[in-house]
Write a protein that binds this ligand. Structure first.
Ligand code: PBG
Length: 409
């Protein structure tokens, strides 16, 4: 029929088209390019436009209308392709490539995770994470000074206490390892570096879970959500009093943001922001971190509180929505690389909400190991990965490469 239309292009042809309108439209929609010859033939043919001579017969109107709709589509598809269009034109000159880039990394938006423990002059290497250490506080200060001088936005502190117990007492003491570290870094660096703290119990409990364990009515042992909330509040207030610039609760307890927000507001810290680990998955990519912080669960796993990697992405949206409603200021997706779809979904769903992505220990160790074998180019792979996180929609990136990236940029 199309070829008939092309050939004839007259009122009779239009009538036929009218009778077969749905078929014509279907063909055109399925394959607009197929009607290009028709368009070429009738298009000089302004006469098909409404208001032209052709339309004198009013019954032609629907066909004219349809054809007018189809023509621009067909034209666009048929003209916007090779050889007119060559995407390589903007790729030859580095300056042009840079000019048309949309994604760029910046040092101020990086956060460096640091591990802190007791002692003096301690820089205990973390075997699974080459280049990372457990620092005693005096060494932590030196490290923080270097990080600040590189222009990195902030550090996030993880504590390794001398003693672990069932409740994680070190995290509930104003003289625990983290409050001491906060005071020391703030004293030496003031507002030159943001000091963020991880608010959780897995590093402080002897069982390695993120809160208090209780026996449930069915006999199972698991983290007691609501009792843990009280401890999370106490831990948060201690960090706030010690001078933390931002708190980052990572335990994935229901209601943790509301509880911490209320606790902080109650002592006048209404200004202190919360970066919630909102969509945090029960991931195997945390392996090296658990060695670094000695925080592997001693029984079971974290699947009853951290998200199921196979859960609907919509569940991440619910987690984020809840945390925002409870007062979170920044939300985090963790891990980053295997969950870039989640970063993108959250970005699209919550316009204007700052998103942090955590480039976790397993992502770090894999690349380090391959780089040490000479199998991949570390700098190139890292910049590409962090660019991907940014492109997916992350504003802030927590990464063990923060210092290297600062030097590379
Ligand atoms: C919990 C916490 C973890 C990480 C950050 N905060 C470990 C966990 O959930 O088991 C992992 C970070 C990483 O792997 O780099 N306090």
């Amino acid at each position: 029929m199309l070829s008939y239309l092309i050939r004839e292009c007259n009122t009779a042809a239009l009538n036929l088209a009218k009778r077969n309108l749905s078929r014509l439209v279907k063909t055109a929609l399925n394959n607009p390019a197929s009607i290009w010859p028709f368009v070429q033939c009738v298009c000089p043919v302004e006469s098909f436009r409404p208001g032209s001579n052709r339309q004198q017969d009013k019954t032609d109107a629907p066909v004219c209308g349809i054809i007018c709709d189809i023509i621009p589509v067909a034209k666009r598809i048929c003209t916007m392709s090779f050889p007119n269009v060559r995407l390589r034109r903007l790729r030859y000159e580095p300056a042009i490539r840079r000019m048309v880039q949309e994604t760029s990394l910046s040092t101020e938006r990086l956060i460096m995770p640091l591990f802190v423990r007791s002692g003096q002059n301690v820089r205990q290497p973390i075997a699974a994470m080459p280049g990372n250490f457990q620092f005693s506080i005096d060494e932590l200060i030196k490290e923080a000074e270097e990080i600040a001088s590189l222009g990195i936005g902030g550090i996030i502190l993880f504590g390794i206490p001398d003693k672990k117990d069932a409740v994680g007492s070190d995290a509930l003491s104003p003289d625990g390892i983290i409050p001491q570290a906060i005071r020391a870094v703030k004293q030496s660096l003031g507002n030159k570096l943001l000091v963020i703290t991880d608010v959780c119990f897995c590093e402080y409990t002897d069982h390695g879970h993120c809160g208090i364990i209780h026996q449930m009515p069915n006999g199972q042992h698991d983290v007691n959500n609501d009792a843990t909330l009280e401890n999370l509040v106490s831990q948060s207030l201690i960090h706030a009093h010690a001078g933390a610039d931002m708190l980052a609760p990572s335990g994935m307890m229901d209601g943790m943001i509301q509880a911490i927000r209320a606790g902080l507001d109650g002592i006048g810290f209404t200004h202190l922001p919360i970066m919630s680990y909102a969509a945090k998955y029960a991931s195997s990519f945390y392996g090296p971190f658990r060695e670094a912080a000695g925080s592997a669960p001693q029984f079971g796993n974290r699947q009853s509180y951290q998200m199921d990697p196979a859960a609907s992405a919509g569940q991440a949206i619910r987690e984020v929505q809840l945390d925002l409603d409870e007062g979170a200021d920044i939300i985090m997706v963790k891990p980053a690389l295997a969950y870039l779809d989640i970063v993108r979904k959250v970005r699209d769903h919550f316009e204007g909400v700052p998103i942090a992505a955590y480039n976790v220990s397993g992502e770090f160790s894999m690349v380090k190991a391959a780089a040490q074998h000479g199998w991949i180019d570390e700098k190139a792979v890292v910049t590409e990965s962090l660019t991907a996180m940014t492109r997916a929609g992350a504003n802030i990136i927590l990464t063990y490469w923060a210092k290297d990236v600062a030097r590379w940029l």
